[in-house]
Ligand binder design. Structure first.
Ligand code: SP5
Ligand code: ZN
Length: 340
């Protein structure tokens, strides 16, 4: 299996994020995640690791807002120019509800407009890392379009919380959405998101479209991030009605219950009859994930991948979350091993 990976992610290393109650904690979405996965992939004979190709800005701007991307590109320089007391990361403290149309001129005003939470911290290397990450996803999509059964975009930062014009949950550019949109000019695309968290950005980006089916299985937003997206009654808008489906799960969901839900999701994908699958692969469903409450084991992760493989679709697998670094390598091998 071809794996696309870039070293550019390393300089995206925010010093902290802010948890509920204002607690500063070390940034969970850290470069070590990639080292653990790389180590595992280098221990097997079937993972063929390549640098991504550069696809330029066009496929990104086909999904993301130009002003938002410009904000990501200049935010760090602008942040330093404000001579902040703690310059270590750009993080706003006021957030836009977007009930009013105004986008303010100030950097922090725009940061609060474009960022939805206190985990999407911007540092010097963020924009270049986000660009390299989406190129990994596009490179995976390209080899799948060219006839490979599957490919893995080892993307960091992850993408599925990023919408057309916002960042959130460690995500800046929606890697899976850009790849899915790129593939949609070549055939019908289904996106299946098995990250522990609702793929709100992907949902949002394709919500009014009937040519890209989006499905997300995740912790119920009634108790888990991202809180405002991911409910079962969100099924699309306009001609996209019926082309989005959420499967919210209770805390404590085990392998058997997860696999049963997955069967329903796969049934909907079969009905849609896509040409390509984009798979948002978050390993934070794992039982011992520090952010998760779902109790899927490594064996469960293997079974999930087996079931997905039974769709027999050309599949671009895109790395999303997963924060138990000690288990990441093992879980990724269990997952990819069934889809290679
Ligand atoms: C890609 C991805 O998996 N992003 C996840 C971002 C989740 N951010 C959640 C922050 C909420 C912190 N709550 C901490 C509770 C720990 N028990
Ligand atoms: Zn997640």
């Amino acid at each position: 299996m071809k794996v696309f990976y870039s070293e550019t992610h390393r300089k995206h290393e925010p010093p902290f994020e802010v948890f509920d109650g204002g607690l500063r904690v070390p940034y969970l979405e850290n470069p070590d995640r990639m080292d653990r996965i790389l180590k595992a992939l280098r221990s097997v004979h079937w993972a063929d690791i390549h640098d991504p190709e550069d696809f330029g800005l066009a496929p990104i701007l086909a999904v993301h807002d130009k002003d938002y991307l410009d904000f990501l590109a200049s935010a760090w320089t602008e942040w330093l120019a404000t001579a902040p007391k703690d310059p270590s990361t750009l993080l706003p403290a006021t957030f836009a509800l977007r009930r009013q149309p105004h986008k303010p001129k100030s950097l922090l005003g725009r940061a609060g407009y474009y960022i939805m939470d206190l985990s999407a911290c911007i540092v010097e290397g963020t924009y270049s890392a986000a660009l390299a990450s989406v190129n990994c996803a596009l490179s995976a999509a390209q080899v799948v379009a060219d006839g490979e059964r599957s490919a893995f975009g080892l993307c960091r930062p992850p993408g599925h919380h990023a919408g057309r014009d916002y960042a959130g949950g460690y995500c800046f550019i929606n890697n899976a959405a850009v790849a899915a949109n790129w593939l949609s000019s070549k055939g019908r695309v289904a996106v299946l998101d098995v990250d522990y968290h609702c793929g709100n950005g992907t949902q949002d980006i394709f919500y009014a479209r009937d040519d890209v089916l989006t499905i997300s299985i995740h912790a119920d937003p009634d108790y888990e991030y991202p809180s405002y997206f991911g409910y079962a009654d969100e099924t699309g808008a306009g001609k996209g009605i019926g082309y989005h489906q959420n499967f919210p799960l209770p805390a404590g969901t085990d392998d058997a219950a997860y696999l049963e839900t997955l069967d329903q999701a796969l049934q909907r994908i079969r009905e849609f009859n896509p040409d390509y699958l984009v798979l948002s692969a978050g390993m934070d469903i794992y039982a011992d994930d520090p952010l998760g409450t779902i109790k899927v084991t490594t064996e469960g992760i293997r079974n999930i991948a087996q079931k997905i493989a039974s769709l027999n679709l050309p599949t671009a697998i895109i790395m999303e979350g997963g924060y138990n670094n000690d288990a990441l390598g093992r879980n990724i091998l269990a997952f990819l091993g069934e889809l290679k």
